[in-house]
Design a protein around this ligand. Structure first.
Ligand SMILES: Cc1cc2nc3c(=O)[nH]c(=O)nc-3n(C[C@H](O)[C@H](O)[C@H](O)COP(=O)(O)OP(=O)(O)OC[C@H]3O[C@@H](n4cnc5c(N)ncnc54)[C@H](O)[C@@H]3O)c2cc1C
Length: 379
């Protein structure tokens, strides 16, 4: 067992860390307050290969694995979780669904432009009335000659308002439950497809979370992604990878919150000493550091298994559950360590507090992760 990152992985970590410090950190609060999607920065990340981290060179990807992907998402999210979730939804949800389930023609057509960041991707499963119960989707796809006709609404879709390519899961046969769901590729500009309401959010405000509306939206029959009736099964496979990236998102935000709290605790003096000299603060820091390390080990284990071709349903959910909960807890403790300043937007703790909450909700809530884990244990 080897707990060391390789020289290449350390190099990647340092490159992404430098990029985040230089290109993201100075703008974080302005983007957050204005809910401004950092399109230029995302294009630059494309040039660094991070919009196609996990895809082979032959599809213009960076040819890296999930361990490198975790490193990149962690480093970005340590500075801004919004950038982390934009990159995560694009890579491991949209592009990966096409990569996993697409025909060779679909992969050649869509993956290279997504992997270079020329195109932005979104992945649409959730609907107003079906979130945790994703199989309860109502958005329909009806076959009409050489086309599929989509009708319905998707909600809370990351990158939805900016996406050039969207993977949509819709009902093709409502009589057979999860076997009646299929996935489709829809391109921006297709008549009958538009982005609806952009959500005004608690956190991750620089990421775009939008409604997607399909009204008699006709797409070519060839845009069926994977086999008819296998959209739900493929979506669950996609989430096995996606949850590793949300674990990395939580890990990054937890680390960012911990680092700023550690620094502040050394600067802030009360009762004539730095607050880091009080045992109550030391114990918070000790718990934060320990839990973050445990989250990192769970996340890297799931990534390593994925890179080695193993099934990771259990391990991805464990990593996502634990890392998400650790992120929310570490950010809460960071605010506490900052005291009143933790409540003020001039200091970084409050943003981590708002942003980290998503990690216990997105790509399956903590309750749903526990259901997935228990189901695997009791099989
Ligand atoms: C910022 C953001 C980005 C997102 N990005 C995307 C995206 O890109 N694509 C996409 O498809 N979706 C996306 N989502 C949707 C997200 O995956 C859902 O919000 C999430 O799965 C929960 O669904 P819900 O909001 O409908 O909550 P509900 O399913 O209504 O859950 C409400 C509460 O009930 C609990 N609950 C539900 N069922 C059970 C059960 N069986 N047992 C115990 N408790 C239960 C939940 O845990 C939760 O606490 C995003 C959401 C947000 C907030």
């Amino acid at each position: 067992m080897d707990f060391q990152l390789t020289d290449e992985q350390l190099q990647l970590q340092s490159t992404v860390r430098d990029f985040a410090a230089r290109e993201i950190a100075p703008h974080v609060m302005q983007w957050d307050e204005a809910s401004c999607f950092p399109l230029e920065t995302i294009k630059q990340l494309g040039k660094l290969g991070l919009m196609g981290c996990i895809f082979p060179n032959e599809y213009s990807g960076a040819g890296m694995g999930y361990i490198e992907y975790v490193i990149a998402i962690e480093e970005l999210s340590r500075v801004d979780g919004s950038v982390g979730i934009i990159v995560a939804a694009h890579n491991s949800l949209c592009t990966n669904h096409i990569f996993l389930a697409g025909s060779e023609e679909q992969k050649q057509r869509y993956v290279p432009r997504l992997a270079t960041g020329e195109h932005i991707g979104a992945w649409a499963l959730t609907e107003p009335n079906s979130g945790s119960d994703a199989a309860g989707a109502r958005c329909t796809a009806r076959r009409k000659g050489d086309c599929w006709v989509l009708n319905g609404t998707k909600t809370f879709i990351t990158n939805g308002g900016y996406a050039d390519v969207v993977v949509v899961v819709a009902v093709t046969d409502k009589t057979i439950g999860t076997r009646g769901l299929s996935a489709f590729i829809v391109e921006r500009g297709t008549p009958g497809f538009k982005a609806g309401k952009k959500e005004n959010k608690l956190g991750l405000r620089a990421s775009d979370t939008s409604e997607l509306i399909f009204e008699d939206c006709e797409i070519p029959a060839g845009n069926l992604l994977g086999r008819e009736g296998e959209g739900f099964i493929d979506a669950m496979r996609v989430l096995d990878g996606g949850r590793i990236s949300i674990a990395a998102l939580g890990l990054g935000m937890a680390t960012g919150a911990y680092e700023c709290a550690l620094h502040y605790s050394r600067q802030r003096k009360q009762f004539g000493k730095a607050i880091s000299e009080f045992q109550a603060i030391q114990w918070k820091l000790a718990d934060m550091a320990t839990e973050i390390d445990a989250a990192r080990l769970l996340t890297l284990r799931a990534a390593w298994m994925k890179d080695n071709g193993m099934k990771t349903t259990l391990e991805s959910s464990m990593a996502k559950l634990y890392s998400g909960e650790v992120a929310a807890k570490a950010a809460n403790e960071a605010v506490q360590i900052y005291g009143g300043y933790g409540f003020i937007k001039d200091y970084p703790a409050e943003k981590f507090y708002r942003d980290s909450k998503l990690c216990t909700i997105g790509e399956g809530t903590s309750e749903i992760q526990r259901m997935v884990i228990a189901r695997q244990l009791l099989r």
